[in-house]
Design a binder for this molecule. Structure first.
Ligand SMILES: Nc1ncnc2c1ncn2[C@@H]1O[C@H](COP(=O)(O)OP(=O)(O)OP(=O)(O)O)[C@@H](O)[C@H]1O
Length: 433
């Protein structure tokens, strides 16, 4: 609870979405409770953090919140601590409330909550890595918001590695590096996003190394994200790499079917509430989104947004065909033509100079295993088959083998140019067939 203009009490929510939800569902009860403690019957206002900060900045909020009648010690007291500043760079919507945990991110989610609770940390730094678009930035933001809510007095600094580098280089040019060092090394919790971007930047790496060791020596928390584990950050010098690995290294995986479905449901629920659309789409439309939109959660989110924005009030009554037509641009291959596992196997085997039977065989040499993994990944992207189903069609393999293959190819797509070219060529062939 915070002071508002003219001393009106203001309930400040971390996000605009939370503001809207509370306005709709809980503000009346909150008013009643507030007024039990405030005989002046001042109106309880509600603002999201961004609007609140704007009002503070423009001088709209100046007075401290003091109930006009002291609250008896035995009565519940509304906390009126105002964080010193908003953490720069955090996005409002990326909180734990909007994050859907599930297979692939469960451990990262649990560890994030632990860091955010300021629990005694045995692990420092914590390093999250995983493919693009699967929630690393989201978790880092969520840690920032929750850690600040738990300890409003703490200094929390959030930076992308790019920002770290550009600010540091500017400080070098302005001869103001000590201010930069004070700022970053004075943090109680430092959150560095996309640390792989610091690769090849020698002076910034040196600075990050000293920042990290200084923070850890002083018992401050540090969290990193990257697209690869520290051991694979080849453009980062060995000493820094080793320190990045010295706490907890935690992978985020690609989302499985049920997590994708959970995310579709959550996003649709949030969007339809925000836009005042009463109904959710039919089950088959939601299933279609989860199964057939290719790519990461980012693309899935884009497809959900497209569907809600283009269907508007018709969302709940859309048939599958209508939804597919609206989603056409998001679906690329998936909607244009039905691709089969058999077709993918033949094309992939041919591309790598193998026989289809090799992909189904027990052979484990790299020259067969890698094309098999690529073919499994293509099946996941371009067909609606589940992991177990794909496994069965690859010589009766277990679903965990397929899951591993999909994850491996996602990693290789970032790190191995040749695989990226192979996958691109195969995707083109699938489209033109
Ligand atoms: N489990 C999840 N629950 C809800 N939303 C998610 C989840 N995972 C990802 N998202 C959403 O997907 C989008 C992409 O996630 P995010 O930006 O965190 O990915 P990233 O792993 O940091 O990727 P990049 O390395 O490209 O920045 C965001 O809008 C995020 O909110």
């Amino acid at each position: 609870m915070k002071p508002g203009p003219y001393g009106d009490p203001v309930l400040v929510t971390p996000t605009a979405y939370a503001r809207d939800w509370i306005s709709k569902n809980a503000i009346r009860r909150a008013q009643e409770l507030w007024q039990q403690h405030d005989p002046d019957a001042r109106i309880l206002d509600i603002l999201c953090r961004v609007d609140y900060d704007d009002q503070v900045r423009t001088g709209g909020i100046v007075t401290a919140l003091v109930p006009s009648t002291p609250v008896a010690a035995s009565e519940p007291v509304v906390e009126a601590v105002v964080p010193a500043t908003r953490i720069s760079g955090l996005q409002d919507r990326l909180t734990f409330d909007t994050f859907v945990p599930g297979r692939g991110n469960e451990f990262a989610y649990t560890m994030s909550r632990q860091v955010a609770s300021w629990a005694d940390g045995h692990f420092n730094p914590v390093f999250f890595h995983g493919p693009y678009g699967y929630g690393k930035t989201h978790l880092l933001n969520a840690i920032g918001w929750e850690a600040q809510a738990k300890r409003p007095d703490a200094r929390i600094v959030y930076l992308t590695a790019e920002k770290f580098t550009s600010t540091f280089v500017k400080a070098l040019m302005d001869k103001s590096t000590s201010a930069f060092k004070d700022e970053v090394r004075g943090a109680d919790l430092l959150l560095v996003d996309d640390v792989h971007f610091i690769g090849g930047k020698t002076s910034s790496q040196e600075e990050l190394f000293h920042t990290l060791t200084s923070l850890i020596e002083n018992n401050r928390r540090v969290v990193f994200t990257a697209d690869r584990p520290p051991t694979q950050l080849n453009e980062i010098e060995a000493r820094l790499r080793s320190h990045l690995s010295s706490g907890l290294v935690c992978a985020l995986d690609v989302a499985d079917q049920s997590l994708r479905m959970g995310i579709v449901e959550r996003k649709l629920g949030q969007l339809s509430q925000r836009l005042g659309v009463a109904q959710c789409p039919r089950a088959e439309v939601m299933q279609f989104l989860a199964d057939r939109v290719p790519g990461s959660i980012r693309e899935l989110e884009g497809a959900v947004n497209t569907l809600v924005a283009s269907a508007g009030a018709r969302l709940g009554s859309l048939t599958l065909e209508e939804a597919m037509a609206l989603l056409q641009p998001n679906l690329k291959v998936a909607v244009e033509r039905r691709v089969t596992v058999d077709e993918i196997q033949k094309l992939t085997a041919d591309h790598f100079g193998l026989k289809q039977a090799d992909l189904l065989s027990e052979r484990r040499t790299r020259s067969v295993a890698r094309p098999r993994q690529v073919a499994m990944w293509l099946c996941k992207q371009h067909t609606t088959r589940s992991y177990p189903d794909i496994g069965r069609r690859f010589g009766g393999r277990d679903h965990t083998t397929v899951l591993h293959a999909v994850k491996k190819v996602e990693e290789l797509l970032q790190a191995d140019d040749q695989i990226a070219r192979d996958v691109e060529a195969l995707t083109r062939k699938l489209r033109s067939n």
